[in-house]
Design a protein around this ligand. Structure first.
Ligand SMILES: Cc1cc2nc3c(=O)[nH]c(=O)nc-3n(C[C@H](O)[C@H](O)[C@H](O)COP(=O)(O)OP(=O)(O)OC[C@H]3O[C@@H](n4cnc5c(N)ncnc54)[C@H](O)[C@@H]3O)c2cc1C
Length: 331
């Protein structure tokens, strides 16, 4: 199968009116597009810089139902896109830069123009903080991972390292001991930031070892991870440490900068929604990791996308009924 995305447009335009504008082309955005398109609302999806979202970076997805032999991350989101386009969704290679919610329709400025949207679904996802060391990007999905739930299974009876010292690093490290033969937690300081109970659990786990005051300076391998190059920040000593996998948990932030001051965010910066995907502003919905610090999976993000679109459909129906009523002559 051709893994490149097709039918992408990136037309420069003046103001364009749309019923549903979806910001983000990951699983949440593309699932939302499918539902909105099947309701004949001709949604427009803005891709942002990461076409298909985070999962497009990964080599194999084995926990998305319907693919008993697994599926390439890129291939999966390409199928999402094709399915949405079949019903009339339009995927635009464009990035939103500014929102104005003081007027209706909502005004969204992008690199290529301006959209006036009757309803908006925000699915801008989240970004993992990377180590930014040589080998990391090349070996992502080939031993470098940011998700133990997604990739732990691939490391049955293998040796892995976890980079980080916060709650996520420890939680994911403990989770990885279900599969891995050994988990070495590499932390740049001599004490952990994680909560006391987690620390105790990790320290008592016979499969977990710690390497303190140490940073990863390179991920080593050609087709797959073979080792990490380490440096002790106190002594300057360097070593190549053999490993089969590198799990990086040094931070994760939702892509919500553009919405600060416009919508309610929680203390970690995630968009606040209710169970029905409503944000703090009527007509603006959010789905996927931009509003989800907990599950962070393709299936949960896609599910939230579908739910957000169903709510947007409902919102538009209610509003068009109100408008029709307002236009009726009074007796
Ligand atoms: C390496 C890796 C492997 C993974 N493997 C698995 C796995 O095996 N199974 C699994 O279930 N999950 C996996 N995950 C997690 C999964 O990828 C995410 O949970 C999922 O992609 C979240 O979907 P999302 O649509 O909410 O956001 P994202 O995938 O983060 O997509 C966000 C989208 O928003 C766009 N965007 C951002 N800002 C703007 C803007 N200003 N304007 C327009 N667009 C914008 C981006 O370009 C992107 O298209 C993995 C994650 C990573 C990083």
């Amino acid at each position: 199968m051709d893994l490149s995305f097709t039918n992408l447009s990136s037309n420069t335009h003046a103001e364009q009116r749309v019923k549903v504008l979806i910001i983000g082309s990951g699983p949440a955005g593309l699932a939302a597009a499918l539902y909105a398109a099947r309701a004949e609302l001709n949604p427009v999806v803005l891709t942002g810089m990461e076409l298909g979202g985070q999962v497009s970076l990964t080599y194999a997805v084995e926990n998305y139902p319907g693919f008993p032999d697994g599926v390439g991350g890129n291939q999966l989101v390409e199928l999402f896109q094709k399915q949405a386009e079949r019903f009339g969704a339009r995927v635009e290679f464009d990035t939103a830069t500014e929102v104005d919610f003081s007027q209706r329709p909502f005004r969204v400025t992008t690199y290529n123009g301006v959209y006036l949207a009757d309803s908006l679904i925000i699915s801008t996802g989240a970004t993992f903080i990377h180590l930014n060391v040589p080998g990391e990007a090349k070996l992502t999905g080939r031993g470098v991972s940011y998700c133990a739930t997604c990739d732990g299974w691939f490391f049955k009876d293998k040796d892995v390292v976890v980079v980080g010292g916060g709650d996520s690093a420890l939680e994911e490290g403990i989770f990885l001991t279900r599969y891995a033969k050994s988990v070495t937690i590499i932390h740049r300081r001599d004490s952990l930031r994680a909560g006391v109970i987690l620390q105790k659990r990790a320290m008592e786990n016979p499969k977990i070892k710690f390497m303190w005051n140490t940073i990863v300076t390179q991920v080593v391998g050609e087709e797959a991870v073979r080792a990490v190059q380490l440096k002790n920040v106190q002594t300057g000593e360097e070593q190549e440490f053999p490993t089969d996998g590198v799990f990086i948990f040094i931070g994760h932030h939702p892509n919500t900068q553009m919405f600060q001051g416009h919508l309610e965010l929680d203390e970690q910066g995630y968009l606040v929604t209710d169970m029905l995907m409503h944000t703090s502003l009527e007509g603006v919905f959010a789905a996927g990791e931009v509003a989800d610090p907990h599950f962070r999976q393709v299936i949960t993000s896609a599910g939230m996308g579908a739910a957000a679109a169903m709510q947007a459909i409902h919102y538009l129906e209610e509003h068009s009924a109100e408008e029709e009523e307002a236009q009726l002559p009074t007796a």
